[in-house]
Design a protein around this ligand. Structure first.
Ligand code: DPP
Ligand code: ZN
Length: 876
C-alpha cells in the first residue's frame, strides 16, 4: 500500500461549510441523507472533479443542487465517490447512503453497543456513515436530525445544542434536531440513540452562563456516574482558572457505552466514553479507577479547546491536540491530588509504555512523517512523550511565559486547523525565544541518553559537571542531532540542603535549569563549599535516560535527603534496579543472589518517615517491575531469570524489614467509611504495598492477613489488592479467592475484567490453558474490546514469564487470537499485536519463536491495514 507522507500535504481542492445530516435509525438498515454545502477551495478545483471518501457504504441516491445526477456523471464505490463536472461555484450535494450498524464489528462509524446506537469517528470513521471530505482540515457547521422508534430509542443525541424534537405523525417514531454552531472536522461528529439512564447537573461558567450537564449510562448504573459528574465540574472550573478557557455550548453530554475501542472520545458537546472511565463506586472501582475516571473526564473535556476549537490540520499533527491535552490533564490531576506522586506515576507510565516503543521497531517521532494506518499512531509516543515535550516547553520558558504562549495560541488559532509549527511559533512570538532546536523533539524519535560525570575540587571549591547526550538510531533515522534538553538540578550538600555556588561557566544555566544544547558540555560551578551529590533531572525534567556513576551510599543519601521528591524516589528505584540486574546475572550463572543492605536501609527509613505522605512511601516501596528490568537489560533477555531475581529480592527485602512490616500494615488499619480522596487512597496504597511485600514471604501469618482483608474489605481497592497479591505470587490459595471473587461479581462485566486480568497474569505454567478456557466462558465476549484487553491483553502485555514462555506457546496463542480478531475488529487486534514490540531483545531461543509467530501473521491473507502495518514494522 502507498503510505501517507507529511511532505505531501495539500489543502483540499473543495471544502464543506455546512452539513445537514438526517438519520433514519434501524438496526440493520439505517438511512443517512447528508446534504453538504460545498465550494471550491484551491486552484485544483478548476478541473471540476470532486472526490469523496467512503468505507464499506452503499450509495442509494445522489443529487447536485437538488437535481438527481445522471449515472454517467459519477462513480460510486464502497471506498470512494467521484463526481465529474461539478460547478466552479458553491453547490449542494445530497447523498443518501444505507449502513448496517448491527453488522459493524469494527466499532468505527455508526454501530451498536448493547441496544444503543453510537458512533466513533476519529480518526477515519465518518466515511463509514457517508461519503465525505473526511480530513481534519475541512471544518463545517453541522445540523443533525435523528429519527427512531420511540420505544427503541427514547434518547436521541448529537453534537451541539438541542433545537427541536417531537413525534413523527402517524407512526411510532420520534425525532430530535441538534445544531452545533462551532465549525468542526468530521472526526468530531457524534450521535447516540437508545434507552439510557440519566444523571443531570449544571455548571455556571466564569461569565455566568448556565450549562446543562448530563451523563447517560445503562439503566441502573446512574449511581456509579456521580463521581464522574463531580470530576466534570472540577475540570470545567480548573480550565477557567488554569488556562482561562470557558465552555461554549448550552449543554455538555457524556454517554457511557460498553463497546468502545478507545478510552473515550471528545466529540463536540457529546463525549462518548468507554464505560470503564465513567462508572465508579466503592464496591466496584479501585482508587486507581477513580483517578483514571477523573483524569479521562478531564482529558476529554479539555479537548474542547485543545482539539476542538483548535484542531489539527492533518493526522501527522495528532500530538498537537493529544500531547497538549495529556499535559493539561496531568496538571489538573496534580492540582486535585499530590503533585509529586502524580509525577512519579506519570513517569512510571512513560517508562513502561513509551520507552520500549521508542527503543524498538515501532519507534516514531512525536510528530510522525509517514504512516500507513493512522489508527496505529494513537501511541504512548504521541500522547505521553507528546505531553513531556509540552512540559519541557514550560520548564524552559517558565510558567508565566508558557501561559503567554498558550494565550496567544488560543487567540491566534481559535476556529482553525493548526500545525506543530503554528503552536511553537506562538511561544516564540510571545517570548522572543528561539525554539528551532527545541522543535527537534517533535521530529527525532528515540530516547536520548545523558551520560553525566561530576568532579569536585576541594582546594578550588569548584564542581565540574560534564553532560554528554546522544540519541540512538531509530527506523528511518540513522543519525540524530543534539537536542535542547532542560536538566533541572541541585547540588546536595552534606546536611541535605542544596549548596549555593557563586558563579557558573560553560553552559546556559537559568535558576535551577541547565540548558543542554551541545553534544557534550562541561559546566563549572564555582564557590561550592563542599563535595556535592548532583541531583540531576529533578522532577524528570526531560524524557531521557540518565547514566551517572554514583555509589550506593550517595544514592542512599539522595533517598534520605534530596529536596526533590521525584529524585528521592528515583534514587531508590536506581538502587533496586542495580540489585535486580545483578540478581538476574546471579540467577543465570547459578550464583546465590546477593543481599541488599543499602536498599533495605533506604526503604525502611522511607517507610518509617511520617513526614512523607503515604502515597509517596507506597511508590518507593514498589521496586521496578520485571518489564522495567527487561528494558534496562535490553538484550538477550530471559524473563524467567528476571522474575526469579525479583522474587528473591522482594523476599530479601521483606525479611530485612522483618516484623515491622506486619506492625505497619496493622497500624494503617481501615478507618470508618471509604472515601476515594487522594489522602485516603494514599493510605490504602501504602497498606497494600506492605501487604504485597508480606505475601512475598509466603508465611502463614501474611496469607491469613491477606485472606482476611479480601473477605472483610468494604471497598474494591482493598479487596482487589489482597486478591492480586495472592494471585501474582501464584500462591495455591489463589484459586479459592479468585473463584469467590468471580461468584460475587458474576453479573458485573467491568469488575469481571479485573478478575480476567488477574487470571491471565498468574505467573504459572498452567495460565495459558486457563486463558484459553476462559475465552469460551459465558462472561467473555470476543466482540467487546474491554473483555479482550483484560484477558488477552493482560496475558500478553502483563505476564512476562508466560507470554514469553520458552516453548513459544504464548506467542502462538497471541498470533492465533490476533488473526481471528483481525477479521472483526482490526484496531483492537493491531493493538494487541504491539505486545511483540521488544521481541528482538529476547534471548535467541525465544527470539526465534517470536519471529516465527510474527512471520505467520505476516503471511496470512487479507490482513487489515492495521495489523499488516504493525506486523510489517515489527519485523522490519
Ligand atoms: N478519544 C481519544 C483521546 O481523547 C482520541 N482523541 O485521546
Ligand atoms: Zn485525547
Amino acid at each position: 500500500t502507498v503510505p501517507f507522507r507529511l511532505e505531501d500535504y495539500r489543502p483540499p481542492a473543495f471544502t464543506i461549510d455546512r452539513v445537514h445530516l438526517d438519520f433514519a435509525l434501524s438496526p440493520s438498515a439505517t438511512r443517512v441523507v447528508a446534504t453538504l454545502s460545498l465550494r471550491p477551495n484551491t486552484e485544483e478545483a478548476q478541473n471540476g472533479t470532486l472526490e469523496l471518501v467512503g468505507d464499506e457504504i452503499v450509495l442509494k441516491g445522489l443529487m447536485l443542487n437538488g437535481i438527481p445526477l445522471d449515472a454517467g456523471r459519477y462513480e460510486a464505490l464502497p471506498a470512494s465517490l467521484v463526481i465529474r463536472d461539478v460547478p466552479l461555484a458553491p453547490f449542494t450535494l445530497t447523498i443518501e447512503t444505507e449502513i448496517d450498524p448491527a453488522a459493524n464489528t469494527k466499532l468505527m462509524g455508526l454501530y451498536r453497543s448493547g441496544s444503543a446506537y453510537c458512533t466513533q469517528c476519529e480518526a477515519e470513521g465518518f466515511r463509514r456513515i457517508t461519503y465525505f471530505l473526511d480530513r481534519p482540515d475541512v471544518l463545517a457547521v453541522y445540523t443533525t436530525r435523528i429519527e427512531a422508534r420511540r420505544s427503541e430509542a427514547p434518547v436521541l443525541l448529537a453534537n451541539g445544542n438541542p433545537v427541536e424534537s417531537g413525534d413523527v405523525a402517524g407512526t411510532d417514531r420520534h425525532y430530535a434536531i441538534w445544531h452545533d454552531p462551532f465549525p468542526k472536522p468530521s472526526y468530531l461528529f457524534a450521535l447516540v440513540a437508545g434507552d439510557l439512564g440519566l444523571v443531570s447537573d449544571s455548571f455556571t461558567t466564569m461569565s455566568g452562563r448556565r450549562v446543562d450537564l448530563r451523563i447517560y449510562c445503562e439503566h441502573g448504573k446512574e449511581g456509579r456516574c456521580r463521581y464522574a459528574m463531580e470530576a466534570l465540574k472540577r475540570s470545567m472550573r480548573w480550565d477557567e482558572t488554569a488556562f482561562g478557557r470557558e465552555y461554549d455550548l448550552d449543554i455538555f453530554v457524556i454517554v457511557a457505552v460498553s463497546d468502545f475501542n478507545m478510552g473515550a472520545m471528545e466529540n463536540k458537546g457529546l463525549n462518548i466514553f468507554n464505560d470503564k472511565y465513567v462508572l465508579a463506586d466503592p464496591d466496584t472501582a479501585t482508587d486507581v479507577d477513580y483517578a483514571n475516571v477523573e483524569g479521562v473526564i478531564a482529558h476529554e473535556y479539555f479537548h474542547n479547546w485543545t482539539g476542538n476549537r483548535i484542531t489539527c490540520r492533518d493526522w501527522f499533527q495528532l500530538c498537537l491536540k493529544e500531547g497538549l491535552t495529556v499535559f493539561r490533564d496531568q496538571e489538573f490531576s496534580s492540582d486535585m491530588r499530590s503533585r509529586p506522586v502524580k509525577r512519579i506515576a506519570d513517569v512510571r507510565t512513560l517508562q513502561a509504555r513509551q520507552f520500549p516503543e521508542d527503543g524498538g521497531p515501532l519507534a516514531h517521532p512525536v510528530r510522525p512523517e509517514i504512516y500507513h494506518e493512522i489508527s496505529n499512531f494513537y501511541t504512548p509516543t504521541v500522547y505521553e512523550k507528546g505531553a513531556e515535550v509540552v512540559r519541557m516547553l514550560e520548564t524552559i520558558l517558565g510558567a508565566d511565559d508558557f501561559r503567554k504562549g498558550m494565550d496567544l495560541y488560543f487567540e491566534r488559532h481559535d476556529g482553525e486547523a493548526a500545525t506543530v509549527e503554528d503552536f511553537l511559533a506562538c511561544f516564540a512570538d510571545a517570548t522572543g525565544r528561539d525554539l528551532s532546536q527545541f522543535a527537534l523533539w517533535y521530529a527525532q524519535a528515540g530516547t536520548p541518553q545523558i551520560v553525566a560525570r561530576g568532579h569536585y575540587d576541594g582546594d578550588a571549591k569548584t564542581f565540574s559537571l560534564t553532560l554528554a547526550q546522544s540519541t540512538p538510531p531509530t527506523p528511518g533515522q540513522p543519525t540524530k542531532q543534539p537536542m535542547h534538553i532542560p536538566v533541572r538540578f541541585g547540588l546536595i550538600g552534606p546536611n541535605g540542603e542544596d549548596l549555593a555556588f557563586s558563579s557558573v561557566e560553560g553552559a546556559a544555566v537559568e535558576g535551577d535549569v541547565i540548558h543542554l544544547t551541545e553534544t557534550a558540555e562541561t559546566i563549572v560551578f564555582r564557590g561550592v563549599a563542599s563535595r556535592p551529590i548532583p541531583s540531576l533531572l529533578r522532577n524528570f525534567s526531560a524524557p531521557v535516560r540518565l547514566a551517572i556513576d554514583m555509589s550506593a551510599d550517595d544514592l542512599l543519601f539522595q533517598v534520605r535527603a534530596d529536596a526533590d521528591p521525584f529524585n528521592r524516589w528515583q534514587a531508590a528505584q536506581t538502587l533496586a534496579m542495580r540489585a535486580l540486574i545483578a540478581g538476574t546475572a546471579d540467577v543465570l550463572t547459578g550464583r546465590p543472589v546477593a543481599a541488599q543492605p543499602t536498599l533495605a536501609t533506604g526503604l525502611a527509613e522511607v517507610l518509617d518517615n511520617e513526614e512523607l505522605e503515604p502515597a509517596f512511601r507506597a511508590q518507593v516501596l514498589q521496586i521496578p517491575s520485571e518489564a522495567d528490568v527487561a528494558r534496562e537489560i535490553g538484550q538477550n533477555v530471559d524473563p524467567d531469570a528476571i522474575a526469579l531475581s525479583r522474587r528473591q529480592l522482594r523476599l530479601a527485602l521483606a525479611r530485612a524489614l522483618g516484623p515491622s512490616l506486619m506492625r505497619r500494615y496493622q497500624a494503617l488499619g481501615v478507618k470508618a467509611a471509604y472515601s476515594p480522596d487522594a489522602a485516603d487512597a494514599g493510605r490504602r496504597a501504602l497498606r497494600n504495598a506492605l501487604l504485597d511485600l508480606l505475601v512475598a514471604t509466603g508465611e502463614d501469618e501474611a496469607i491469613a492477613a491477606t485472606t482476611r482483608q479480601f473477605h472483610d474489605a468494604d471497598n474494591m481497592t482493598d479487596r482487589l489488592a489482597a486478591l492480586a497479591s495472592v494471585s501474582s505470587a501464584a500462591l495455591p490459595q489463589r484459586r479459592e479467592l479468585l473463584d469467590a471473587f468471580h461468584e460475587r461479581y458474576r453479573n458485573d462485566p467491568l469488575v469481571l475484567d479485573k478478575w480476567l486480568t488477574l487470571e491471565a497474569t498468574v505467573p504459572a505454567a498452567e495460565t495459558l490453558d486457563r486463558v484459553k478456557a476462559l475465552l469460551s466462558q459465558p462472561g467473555f465476549a470476543h466482540s467487546n474490546p474491554n473483555r479482550v484487553r483484560a484477558l488477552v491483553g493482560g496475558f500478553s502485555a502483563a505476564n512476562p514469564t508466560q507470554f514469553n514462555r520458552a516453548d513459544g506457546a504464548g506467542f502462538d496463542f497471541l498470533a492465533d487470537f490476533v488473526l481471528d480478531l483481525d477479521r472483526r475488529n482490526p484496531q483492537t487486534a493491531a493493538r494487541l499485536l504491539v505486545a511483540f514490540r521488544s521481541w528482538r531483545a529476547l534471548e535467541p531461543g525465544r527470539r526465534t519463536r517470536a519471529e516465527h509467530a510474527l512471520r505467520r501473521i505476516a503471511a496470512a491473507e487479507r490482513l487489515s491495514s492495521d495489523t499488516l502495518d504493525i506486523v510489517t514494522r515489527t519485523l522490519a
